[in-house]
Design a protein around this ligand. Structure first.
Ligand SMILES: Nc1ncnc2c1ncn2[C@@H]1O[C@H](COP(=O)(O)OP(=O)(O)OP(=O)(O)O)[C@@H](O)[C@H]1O
Ligand code: NI
Length: 262
């Protein structure tokens, strides 16, 4: 399988003090893979996504090696990748251009005819109507804006999609539609980095799961390990086990937790 994204010893620190917010971490996402990045609030997930696109807050710096299809992504060439071969669904809906109608913003991403068809279909699948295309971002609700951001990433031709908490506030139906669209991207050989608090979504769509805690990637493992009878669970970090045991569907499997720790 082709490697789409390779991240090698990425660290993120305060520019002024060298104090680390993200400790050295490395991972790879291949064509057709979804890597779910999960972990506590404040553990550094969004910073990792921002570093990939060179859009960290100015008081922070990063070091390491980021490659897209083997090519080093650096300061001077990142514009050639952003929004083209790497699409980003940011955690904040402020990312929409406030002065440009939604239709125009979507059109910029997909100038081709097929793109237009995909936009119309995508709108429908995400529970939006065509009328939204003539609106400005300020006329949308938070959930609608988030769905537009999802659509933007999904209609783009990007090889890599980075989605930072795309589902809060969009409702159950749109979350389900998003899940299906993600699986379609996966099947068509794209690579996805999905940052989420939704562990059910993560275990459902991801091929690999990475867990962050206090700026460290404490685990990265194939999602098949989460199958109830998979022995490899023994290899997971206690924090990962804690996360999974706190899922409502696992609350009755505490025996398993004790069995794996003894
Ligand atoms: N510009 C900044 N300057 C200093 N610290 C920052 C800055 N931006 C983020 N941080 C800190 O870095 C840590 C990681 O933040 P980040 O946004 O990556 O967390 P996260 O895992 O995405 O959390 P959440 O799940 O809540 O979105 C947090 O402790 C946050 O306070
Ligand atoms: Ni975040």
């Amino acid at each position: 399988m082709n490697r789409i994204l390779e991240v090698n010893t990425l660290t993120i620190h305060h520019s002024s003090s060298n104090l680390r917010l993200v400790h050295p971490l490395s991972f790879t996402i291949k064509s057709g893979e979804v890597l779910a990045l999960v972990g506590a609030s404040g553990s550094g997930k969004s910073l990792v996504a921002q570093a990939l696109f060179h859009i960290l807050p100015t008081n922070l710096s990063w070091e390491g090696d980021i490659r897209l299809k083997g090519n080093l992504v650096h300061n001077k060439n990142v514009q050639n990748y952003r929004g083209k071969s790497m699409a980003y669904i940011p955690q904040s809906v402020d990312a929409l251009d406030p002065f440009l109608k939604i239709g125009k913003q979507l059109k910029q991403l997909t100038p081709t005819h097929t793109g237009k068809k995909e936009i119309i279909e995508g709108l429908k699948r995400l529970g939006l109507t065509k009328s939204i295309l003539t609106k400005y971002p300020f006329e949308l609700s938070g959930g609608q804006a988030r769905r537009i951001l999802i659509l933007m990433a999904l209609v783009s031709e990007a090889d890599l999609i980075v989605a930072d908490e795309p589902t809060p506030g969009i409702g159950e139906q749109a979350t389900e539609d998003f899940r299906k669209l993600l699986l379609a991207k996966k099947d068509s050989g794209k690579a996805v980095l999905l940052i989420t608090h939704d562990l059910d979504l993560a275990s459902d769509v991801a091929t690999k799961i990475a867990v962050m805690k206090d700026g460290k990637m404490v685990d990265i493992f194939p999602s098949s390990w989460l199958q109830k009878d998979a022995l490899d669970r023994n290899n997971l970090h206690p924090y990962t086990l804690e996360l999974w045991n706190s899922l409502p569907r696992n609350l009755n499997t505490q025996e398993w937790f004790h069995a794996t720790r003894s």
